[in-house]
Design a binder for this molecule. Structure first.
Ligand SMILES: Cc1cc2nc3c(=O)[nH]c(=O)nc-3n(C[C@H](O)[C@H](O)[C@H](O)COP(=O)(O)OP(=O)(O)OC[C@H]3O[C@@H](n4cnc5c(N)ncnc54)[C@H](O)[C@@H]3O)c2cc1C
Length: 347
């Protein structure tokens, strides 16, 4: 039985940001059981850039991918409207980004490639069963548990099964770029016939990615239908080299969030912190993890302090629901797009 002050489940941006900022006097074990990289657009939005600036970190060049693009082409499949809007994203390799974030953790942090498979409260803390990459099972005792394990959080399902947040299935496919692929562009795609959420295309080095978030029922069929329609907008995508999928959350009300209880804390998407309008989640993952580290440093009632510290984040994310009708209601979207407000005119 290994002993730690804190067991952190998940080494995405939330788990890594927590490991970076937690009090150095704590012994910390970070577990990550990823078999494949997290499906993600890998775009660092201005909020994520600001969160990283808070660490005074500079992004190494080898994390960036080609090309960097300054606008997003918004495509309304229903009406055929297309508009371009300015966006300040940084296009990164998400797997390399996560590895770099994790490499910033201090000497008080042990990192293991293992999955948390069982967990229970015992006197003075928690006892967890973990399964290593080679299949070996080992046990860990910790005073607290931090669930940084994303949308389908095992920690949340184990200790707070009552929390239900609106969820979608995100599917992405990667395609080789060839002579028939149009010049690079980001797109944000709306097709109310196949999804009440959005889809996107992103170029990354030698690949173009098409992905989207869909209601769970018949999600693959919806994805394929939408992909076929892309041909009318210049993207004829065939022979994917990789298909990936995962759950993605869209918070709708205060009940969509849960920061934890009884010695178990949730950060990042596990806590429900992701934008319901754009699905941007890296900044919230980092900011919530830092809020938890700060709350632990202050001591006292950490649960209460951490929850209070994320009030602003919760309000900000819920306020994004006000923007949703203008993005997702076909009539309002059509009016906004036709008006041309804030759009870029091609020279
Ligand atoms: C398809 C898609 C595209 C997206 N694109 C963007 C984007 O371009 N920009 C953006 O800002 N946001 C994007 N998001 C949202 C963003 O990816 C997430 O909100 C963000 O990654 C959340 O960070 P996190 O650290 O909370 O969780 P995650 O990044 O999901 O990390 C959770 C980690 O926990 C590990 N884990 C899970 N269960 C266990 C277990 N039982 N034991 C051990 N480890 C476990 C996983 O392997 C994973 O590494 C996208 C989401 C999706 C689905």
């Amino acid at each position: 039985m290994e002993n730690y002050d804190l067991l952190v489940c998940g080494a995405g941006p939330a788990g890594s940001a927590f490991a970076m900022t937690a009090e150095k006097s704590n012994s910390i074990l970070v577990l990550d059981g990823a078999v494949n990289p997290k499906p993600c657009g890998g775009l660092l939005a201005p909020d994520a850039q600001k969160a990283l600036a808070g660490f005074e970190l500079t992004l190494p060049k080898d994390i960036l991918v080609n090309p960097q693009i300054f606008s997003v082409r918004t495509i309304d499949m229903k009406t055929g409207n297309v508009r371009r809007y300015q966006r300040m994203y940084i296009n990164v390799d998400r797997e390399k980004f996560d590895a770099w974030m994790l490499s910033q953790a201090g000497g008080n942090v042990d990192i293991k490639k293992a999955r948390l498979v069982a967990c229970k409260k015992v006197e003075g803390g928690f006892e967890s069963q973990c399964k290593g990459a080679d299949g070996e099972i080992f046990s860990v005792r910790s005073k607290n548990i931090v669930g940084a394990d994303g949308a389908n959080s095992f920690v949340r399902r184990t200790f707070m099964p009552e929390i239900k947040t609106r969820r979608y299935v995100a599917i992405q496919q990667w395609f080789n770029i060839d002579e028939n692929t149009p010049d690079p562009f980001y797109s944000c795609i709306f097709d109310p016939d196949s999804s009440r959420c959005c889809s996107w295309s992103i170029y990354k080095d030698n690949y173009v990615i098409f992905g989207g978030a869909f209601e769970p029922e018949n999600c693959r069929e919806r994805f394929e239908t939408q992909k076929a329609k892309l041909k009318d907008f210049g993207l004829n995508l065939k022979d994917p080299v990789k298909t990936e999928g995962c759950m993605v959350l869209r918070p709708v009300s205060p009940a969509s969030f849960c920061t934890g209880k009884d010695g178990v804390f949730l950060v990042g998407e596990a806590a429900g912190f992701i934008s319901p309008s754009s699905l941007e989640g890296i900044s919230s993952a980092i900011n919530s993890a830092v809020a938890l580290s700060d709350a632990m440093r202050k001591g006292g009632n950490v649960e209460k302090t951490y929850k209070a510290a994320t009030t602003g984040l919760r309000i900000k994310l819920l306020a994004k629901n006000l923007k949703c009708p203008f993005m997702y209601n076909p009539l309002l979207r059509s009016i906004v797009m036709r008006s041309g407000i804030s759009s870029i005119k091609l020279k």
